[in-house]
Design a protein around this ligand. Sequence first.
Ligand SMILES: Nc1ncnc2c1ncn2[C@@H]1O[C@H](COP(=O)(O)OP(=O)(O)OP(=O)(O)O)[C@@H](O)[C@H]1O
Ligand SMILES: [Mg+2]
Length: 249
Amino acid sequence: MEYAVECKKLVKSFGEDTILNGLDMNIPKGKITTILGYSGAGKSTLLKHILGLLRPTSGSIEVLEKDLSTMDDLQLRDFRKNFGMLFQYAALFDSMTTFENIAFPLKEFTKMKEAEIKDKVDHLIQAVGLVKESTYKLPSELSGGMRKRVGLARALALEPEIMLYDEPTTGLDPITTKMVNDLIKSTSDKNSDKKLTSIIISHDIQATLKISDYIAFLERGHILEYCPTEEFKKTKHPTIRKFLDLTSH
Ligand SMILES: Nc1ncnc2c1ncn2[C@@H]1O[C@H](COP(=O)(O)OP(=O)(O)OP(=O)(O)O)[C@@H](O)[C@H]1O
Ligand SMILES: [Mg+2]
């Protein structure tokens, strides 16, 4: 199997606190992997290592076959072009229209011409299921679900190899939550030929079980369980059973 991320004995300490405690975890390419765990388990800390925003105290992490520890800040910044990110709040530029938001990374990071950018943005708008009328609206004129779609289109603009979702549905109503989860899944399916890897951090256990290929459960910087979704559902691990029961209604 090919891996997008390979952690070997990954340790991260802040002072006396060890947050990641010898993590061995490989995330397969072209699949959806979700990282679950209680608040404070170290999920976002792991995500920051994948992005090269934090460096390990010991152990190693390779992303897309590159050892991040050998890169300087400039190389890391360049490397981050391989990532698309969608966060809890879509973090759009408020004073820019849908079109301008999605065009932004293309103008910033590529040498594409106006006409090419227009084609690409139109294509992205269609790909995430936005109606044409949204093109010249500001974020404040869009619904929460539509803003997520714009955020996703912008994240996909540079054709990333890895999409990162940190709590993409927290705080959304049930219908929008379903829409965002369907969108994550359809984005993964549509880009399966390009082996787009999706990594999700989530508390939304029901959605996780529906859309993930693999699930990891993190506790105090350890992996308690990491396996295909079907196996995960049957886990006998008491901590995880409790988590599944607590969050299933
Ligand atoms: N820069 C830092 N300095 C010191 N401690 C930190 C730092 N970043 C994270 N921590 C600590 O690491 C622990 C794990 O934090 P992290 O944000 O990874 O948790 P999480 O699993 O994402 O939780 P949540 O579900 O609440 O987002 C927390 O106890 C936090 O206080
Ligand atoms: Mg977090």
